[in-house]
Design a protein around this ligand. Sequence first.
Ligand code: AHG
Ligand code: MN
Ligand code: MN
Length: 349
Amino acid sequence: MPDSGWKDFHTLESYIAAEEKMHPQSRGLFSHLLRRVGLASKVINSKVLRAGLNDVLGDHGATNVQGESQMKLDVIANDIMKATFRWMPIVIGMASEEEDELISLPRPNTGMPAEDHYIIMFDPLDGSSNIDANVSVGTIFSIHRALSDTEKKETVAAGLPDFLQPGYKQEASGYVIYGSSTMFVYTTGHGVHGFTLDPEIGEYILSHENIRIPNTCKCFSANEGNYNKWDTATKQYADYLRSGKDERYKKTTSRYIGSLVADFHRNLLYGGIFLYPADAKTGKGKLRLLYEGAPLAMLVEQAGGLATTGQKRILDVQPTELHQRVPLIIGNKHEVELYEKMVREHTAN
Ligand code: AHG
Ligand code: MN
Ligand code: MN
């Protein structure tokens, strides 16, 4: 029979199924949850692609708990994510950047222990202030197991402790970038894998297996308009990288898109460091721990990089509130460790 030249390929679904085989005792429920994230992202993608056409652009008029004006697509993306998981028996809670409070879901008596249920947290549309300018935006998600001591009543409502778990306990995390192409990138702790959406067949095709962040600092990524708000250690760090004194930074270029997912994705593939440091006055960062910092920190560490607040590994931060903000310095291990060293030296003096 002549060879048609047809090449087999992995889809997101087949790859998740292959990963599931690593857990013989798995019932496939977690895989189903991951696949549903993929489905939700395809629906959001269809809305993002048509944003300019459906007059969806522009403010929704409301503001979210962060006091940020909610762009309509934020609200639509949030509704799509909620609708996707609300009915799943193994999802007992959700939290969203766009929701003031956590959403507890009753757990029909599945007969399974609490820790076989999950909570999902998400930034339904990251970088939304860029939508009107057609700049890449994204969705970020984080999945934790419910805590074993979550009440074992008939209908279990996930409590805040289920959400306030440190990032190192995440079961999975990932993002979707709605850019020149739409990509789904995730990890379950077994490497980072990227899938590109083939719009012709509506499937995510494995395009970037086992992503490793290159050990070159190709990009320095920060909102340098905030330079004067940075503390001294951060200013010294930025000055050092940009001075070109160090051979390692001779070819480092400044790139800042203002969409975290887009800036992160570029650095993950090319190598680089992204900083959204604390405001020296408030000591607070802008980015949120639970559905921005922690999921991306899990990904970057799985890809050989690191993520820190400056004082602490992001994945070790014990959350205290749902929408808490952290300074986020994330990217190449070398650059993150250099930042932490400069912060230590500065604190010591
Ligand atoms: P979101 O659109 O989900 O609120 O996130 C916006 C964040 C993040 O995407 C980006 O890195 C950062 O805001 C940009 O902030 P500045 O405009 O202050 O640089
Ligand atoms: Mn965001
Ligand atoms: Mn957002």
